[in-house]
Write a new protein. Structure first.
Length: 73
């Protein structure tokens, strides 16, 4: 039984999360021959105040492009 855990920095809409679950399930069905009923997907939304990269909280970065990009200097 496949179990997939997805962590998102920030949040996504219910529709976006439903799409992720559908896409991941379809991929495991196509690639591994798993039954859709056996696929479990958990989405965890991590607050930008609880996640950092390159020594800086994501919440403290300037909003430009990718949240994982290096901060401007």
């Amino acid at each position: 039984m496949p179990f997939v855990s997805i962590r998102l920095a920030g949040s996504a809409s219910k529709e976006q999360k439903a799409g992720l679950v559908a896409d991941v399930t379809a991929s495991l069905v196509a690639r591994l021959g798993k039954s859709p009923a056996a696929v479990q997907v958990v989405i965890e939304e991590v607050s930008p105040e609880n996640y950092g990269a390159a020594g800086i909280l994501i919440a403290d970065r300037k909003p430009e492009g990718d949240a994982h990009a290096a901060p401007s200097q």
